[in-house]
Design a protein around this ligand. Structure first.
Ligand SMILES: Nc1ncnc2c1ncn2[C@@H]1O[C@H](COP(=O)(O)OP(=O)(O)OP(=O)(O)O)[C@@H](O)[C@H]1O
Ligand SMILES: [Mg+2]
Length: 210
């Protein structure tokens, strides 16, 4: 892994929690280039807490937007426009921990009036992991996300489910979407660095991500 993008079928599906598990399991650094919403803990702070890593493993955000909204709208509220030229992933050198990049919201979230997030992923030319909930509606959201990624020739490393088991939904998405199921992070009653690391180890193979 030189860089792996964590995207999702929606906002609030569990990208940050999954990214934290991945950072802890692989030793990678974490980067959330666009943080929209500064009330409460930011995604970078959540990852640092849940992965239980030193702050040097967290690459600073490029845009810290006040409002929890789509990046294009949050940027406009702050009186600026997101410039994709500023969103180049930090270089990873040989021997250095690699990089987990968390996107904002879902695949087709606008970054500006001109660009969707998936267009930025295509420009980066890095593989993505799609985080999908297992709840009702996930088949539609997941297959739409997969189509949007494939249309832009973005490599999909696989799909990571989050939530209670739903074997039929998971199988249906992987069959129609022709994507690999990487595992499922169960709903954890207590979310701590230890419970998360254990759940990741039990349900995913670290080798799929390095
Ligand atoms: N496996 C899990 N077990 C328990 N709670 C979880 C799990 N995964 C996610 N959550 C909870 O669900 C909520 C949303 O998760 P998370 O912040 O990871 O979503 P996200 O996709 O990163 O959202 P955003 O689009 O805002 O970045 C959080 O409150 C988080 O603690
Ligand atoms: Mg997040």
């Amino acid at each position: 892994m030189t860089g792996l993008i964590i995207t999702g079928t929606d906002t609030d599906v569990g990208k940050t929690v999954f990214a934290a598990a991945l950072v802890a399991a692989t030793g990678a650094r974490y980067w959330k280039p666009i943080q929209a919403g500064l009330d409460g803990e930011t995604d970078s702070q959540t990852v640092q807490r849940l992965a239980d890593v030193a702050s040097m493993r967290i690459v600073p955000e490029v845009y810290r937007l006040k409002t929890a909204a789509s990046p294009h709208a949050a940027a406009e509220i702050d009186g600026l426009e997101i410039d994709v030229e500023r969103l180049e992933p930090p270089a990873t050198e040989a021997g250095q921990p690699q990089l987990v990049i968390e996107g904002a919201g879902g695949v087709l979230v606008p970054l500006s009036r001109r660009m969707l997030q998936a267009d930025l992923f295509a420009r980066w030319d890095l593989p993505v992991v799609l985080v999908a909930a297992t709840r009702l509606g996930t088949i539609n959201h997941s297959l739409l996300s997969i189509e949007a990624l494939k249309r832009r020739a973005i490599e999909i490393r696989g799909i990571a489910f989050v939530g209670e088991a739903n074997d039929d939904s998971e199988r249906t998405i992987c069959d129609f979407g022709k994507v690999r199921r990487l595992g499922r992070l169960p709903q954890l009653a207590e979310l701590t660095p230890t419970s998360l690391a254990t759940a990741f180890k039990q349900n995913f193979s670290r080798e799929d991500f390095v």
